[in-house]
Design a protein around this ligand. Structure first.
Ligand code: MG
Length: 234
């Protein structure tokens, strides 16, 4: 672990360590685009609408703006379409985790040791249903989990907006700690939420410049064991 700024004095155990999910706990940078394509197709079928190829491409893409425009043209409530697409995406994602098509990084096991020393949470831009599923399915002992709400407003509150981090800190009744992420937006959100940012190197961000504002640069989650004084899991 490299400490990129002088935090002064001997390190104390942070009151909380919050983890991003995609690219930190779950393998890969993010949700596979095919998940959103299949989810959009399922929502289209469920609503019984018949979009053109162009409209369908917009509905399938990961983002809200195109969805809103095409839904209005098709006479569908965009919020309702969005809710359905998010629900189907969560179902499809759960299936991919259950079938082993997507797994967790081997070093995520240390979260169990870290959780016995300090408060932990999983805070992600991914859908709340999927974040809860990951915590339950892989039996991580997080004290709190938070993903985005399945609404357009919930989508807009994603990082770098610190909203979900701040809500989680509030729920945990802590106001200090470390957020571990793999993107620049994680570092920005951490700073905005008053947290130290730990930038984790993974294969997909190996050559990216270290984001400005990173307090730590990690090459494995195992490096966190040192700062909480936990033993390596046997
Ligand atoms: Mg991530």
């Amino acid at each position: 672990m490299t400490e990129t700024t002088d935090t002064g004095g001997p390190n104390e155990i942070p009151p909380a360590i919050l983890f991003d999910m995609d690219g930190v706990v779950l393998e890969g940078r993010g949700t596979d685009p095919s998940v959103y394509e299949r989810a959009a197709d399922a929502a289209v079928e469920s609503l019984g609408v018949e979009p053109t190829d162009d409209q369908l491409a917009g509905l399938r893409a990961h983002g809200y703006d195109a969805v809103e425009g095409h839904c209005e043209t098709l006479g569908v409530d965009p919020t309702e379409f969005w809710r359905l697409k998010e629900r189907f995406a969560s179902e499809i994602s759960s299936g991919r985790l259950q079938s082993g098509r997507r797994g967790v990084y081997a070093d995520a096991d240390v979260i169990r040791s870290i959780a016995s020393e300090t408060t932990t949470a999983l805070v992600s831009n991914n859908r709340h249903e999927t974040v809860e599923f990951v915590a339950d399915y892989f039996r991580f002992p997080f004290d709190a989990v938070r993903g985005r709400d399945p609404t357009p407003a919930g989508f807009r509150r994603r990082k770098p907006d610190p909203a979900y981090l701040l809500e989680t800190l509030d729920a945990l009744d802590v106001d200090d700690g470390i957020y571990v992420g793999d993107r620049e937006t994680d570092v920005v959100a951490a700073e905005r939420a008053g947290l130290e940012a730990a930038y984790l190197r993974r294969p997909h961000n190996r050559t990216r410049p270290l984001p400005e504002g990173s307090t730590y640069e990690l090459h494995s989650l195992e490096e966190l064991l040192g700062i909480v004084g936990a033993a390596h899991p046997s």
